[in-house]
Design a protein around this ligand. Structure first.
Ligand code: NDP
Ligand code: 8X3
Length: 252
């Protein structure tokens, strides 16, 4: 049985990935800060699909804790076939001159440094086993920059650069590296961006049909399930009603 490691599995795209990979009979290693949610998810998926599931309460920003969690992980869980670097967030939507520097730290530490800390631990074992697949969740925000998106867009551009860099560095070791880059997906993303303001978050998705977390998980599964000789480098996935980071065809 293969193992997938999903960061940010407590909601949205990460949770949808947990469901789809469980259905495909992968064992699941699930991480996020809200460990209670992970336990509920694990119980549900274990009952439904009979796969093995291990949960880790983890803040990917904390390098020391990430290392400790890895050191304490039973060996069988370290043989990861697919790593989905999904944990991420946006905080605030202000012009650069008004930005909150704590928000900037949170985004850079989670979306860039967290992804690096996790990859640094998983990639050496993939190299040793001469197999593996790293799937980084980028964004349309990693392909273009939109008003007030400044630091979030910068972090997703960094993910785009790191995906390309990983593909080069890991080339000799039969390790696939993919970026999956969605446009607007209705998850907890906007609630987090607007710091709990659900009304403001809901407005983002009014007047058009956004992607669902399941749509994105299906694209991720497509990349993960190609034959051994095929790598999906980059998969940009948009709602039909979205043409760019900010251009939507909305019905009033
Ligand atoms: P959600 O807010 O629903 O999920 C985000 C997940 O990341 C949660 O499970 C959260 O878990 C986890 N997470 C956040 N910070 C940390 C941390 N410091 N350590 C560990 N886990 C963390 O949003 P999405 O599912 O939409 O987001 C998933 C990814 O998709 C992100 O990288 C996001 O940037 C990207 N994306 C989202 C789009 C969208 O429109 N929704 C579009 C393009 C890309 P917990 O809070 O329990 O730690
Ligand atoms: C999330 C999508 O358009 O808010 O990455 O940047 S967007």
């Amino acid at each position: 049985m293969k193992t997938v490691f999903i960061t940010g599995a407590s909601s949205g795209i990460g949770y949808a990935c947990a469901e789809i990979f469980a259905k495909q009979k992968f064992n699941l290693l699930l991480a996020s800060r809200r460990v209670d949610r992970l336990h509920d998810i694990a119980t549900g998926l274990q009952t439904e699909h009979g796969v093995q599931i291990h949960t880790i309460g983890l803040d990917v920003r904390d390098k020391t804790l990430v290392q400790k969690a890895w050191d304490e992980l039973p060996d069988m869980w370290k043989n990861i076939d697919v790593l989905i670097n999904n944990a991420g967030l946006s905080q605030g939507l202000e012009p650069i001159q008004e930005g909150n520097t704590d928000d900037w730290d949170r985004m850079i530490d989670t979306n860039v440094k967290g992804l690096l800390y996790i990859t640094r631990l998983v990639a050496p074992l993939m190299k040793q086993r001469k197999q593996g697949h790293i799937i980084n969740i980028g964004s349309i925000a990693g392909k273009e920059v939109y008003p007030n998106g400044n630091v979030y867009c910068a972090t997703k551009h960094a993910v785009d650069a790191l995906t390309k860099a990983m593909r080069i560095d890991l080339l000799p070791y039969n390790i696939k590296v993919t970026s999956v880059d969605p446009g607007a997906v209705e998850t907890e993303f906007s609630i987090v961006r607007f710091k709990g303001d659900s009304e403001k978050a809901k407005k983002v998705y009014e007047g058009f049909t956004p992607l669902t977390a399941e749509d994105v998980a299906e694209a991720i599964w497509f990349a993960a399930s190609r034959p051994a000789h095929v790598n999906v480098n980059d998969l940009l996935l948009m709602p039909t009603a979205q043409a760019s980071g900010t251009l939507f065809h909305k019905q009033s």
